[in-house]
Design a protein around this ligand. Structure first.
Ligand SMILES: [Zn+2]
Length: 373
């Protein structure tokens, strides 16, 4: 993140503070010293309000740092690199390298954050109940604030809006159920976009009906969440090309020939005019073989006029995929069997071909997008 300054390093993780954090710090201190504490503790003097407010705001950010450290340390334990934690106006963000490799790891990394916040809330609550600081003291006021704030941070982060922790938990669950990372990301980020808009609407309503400051703040957070979920979805769609279906990249099968068609006709009428290297051979609506240029070349050229396709065609194995199979599966098939093309069969009906040219095109697009993402 640009505009951040380094605070220090914990367990090899850089702790950065973004300049927007200062606005949040000022706003929280001002809210606490200006209205919350004077209402609950009318007997304090002005410096006490401001000092207590500033300390409470600082401790809230320490709490958020604990929340982020929990994410980061679990990520590290699951073998994922963690570069840094950045505190900014909306809280904190852990910059964990790479995508989670398993739904289980994602679940653990996500859930530990809100659990830490709720645990901090509980700890402060226990301290409060055991009378630490004494009645009407600034310590009591700070503890009470931290009980509420950490409770809110924990609960808010459990909301299913991706990229909030709750959204990640939701994604890991869908991922487990469907087995598809891209489908889970698509669904969870769409829920996140909806949740962001919901917050914007709630904030505007709040601004009009109750409080302008809190309403605008909520709408602001909603807008930020919506944007974040949108960019997660956009990136996931690019990455999910790795799971692109054959349907999306296959070539048209071109016209097929019957087994009785002579090689000369196959080459002159089916291959050369269309730049094709192979012709599927179909009988009674079913693919019975394939004739490639190599197959044709096994026969002396002066015999092409008299040799039918059935004499040279490859009958088996006929490598085929279904239109909904992944392009990755098609690539594997082509590379493993060193063929130049495979058939795309939908219920035994020929609907397309995947050629080496299709594979090259697919891999080029995938690599370009991987670098962009
Ligand atoms: Zn979190």
């Amino acid at each position: 993140m640009n505009g951040a300054f380094r605070l220090g390093t914990v367990a090899g993780i850089e702790i950065d503070v973004h300049y927007t954090w200062l606005f949040a710090f000022a706003l929280i201190t001002w809210t606490l010293a200006g209205s919350w504490f004077p209402t609950d503790y009318p007997d304090w003097n002005a410096p006490t309000y401001w000092l207590t407010g500033a300390i409470a705001a600082l401790l809230l950010f320490v709490s958020i740092l604990v929340h982020e450290l929990a994410h980061s340390l679990v990520a590290l334990a699951r073998g994922m690199p963690v570069q840094s934690i950045t505190l900014f106006i909306f809280g904190g963000v852990s910059n964990i390298g790479g995508e989670t490799r398993s739904a289980g790891a994602e679940f653990q990394i996500a859930i530990v954050g809100p659990v830490s916040s709720l645990a901090l809330s509980l700890l402060c609550f226990i301290a409060l109940r055991s009378g630490v600081g004494g009645d009407d003291s600034p310590v009591e006021a700070i503890l009470f604030y931290l009980v509420i704030a950490n409770l809110l941070v924990g609960v808010f982060n459990l909301m299913p809006g991706f990229p909030l922790d709750g959204g990640r938990v939701l994604r890991s669950i869908i991922w487990t159920v469907t087995g598809s990372w891209s489908r889970a990301t698509e669904l969870a980020s769409t829920v996140g976009i909806g949740f962001g808009w919901l917050l914007v609407a709630a904030g505007l309503l709040d601004a009009v009906m109750v409080s302008v400051v809190s309403g605008v703040w909520i709408a602001f957070i909603g807008w930020f969440l919506k944007d974040a979920a949108l960019s997660v979805r956009r990136r996931a769609r690019r990455v999910s090309l790795r799971e692109a279906p054959v349907r999306a990249m296959m070539s048209s099968p071109g016209s097929a020939a019957g087994p009785e068609v002579f090689i000369a006709t196959l080459v002159d009428d089916f291959m050369i005019p269309f730049g094709r290297r192979s012709v599927p051979i179909v009988e009674a609506g079913r693919v019975v073989g394939i004739v490639t240029i190599q197959d044709a070349q096994r026969v002396r050229r002066d015999l092409w006029e008299d040799t039918p396709a059935s004499a040279v065609m490859t009958r088996s194995p006929l490598f085929a995929v279904a239109p909904d199979d992944s392009m990755t599966a098609a690539v594997e098939l082509i590379t493993r069997h060193r063929v130049n093309q495979i058939l795309v069969l939908d219920d035994e009906v020929l609907v397309g071909m995947v050629t080496r040219a299709d594979v090259t095109r697919f891999l080029q697009v995938r690599d370009t997008l991987a670098r962009a993402g």
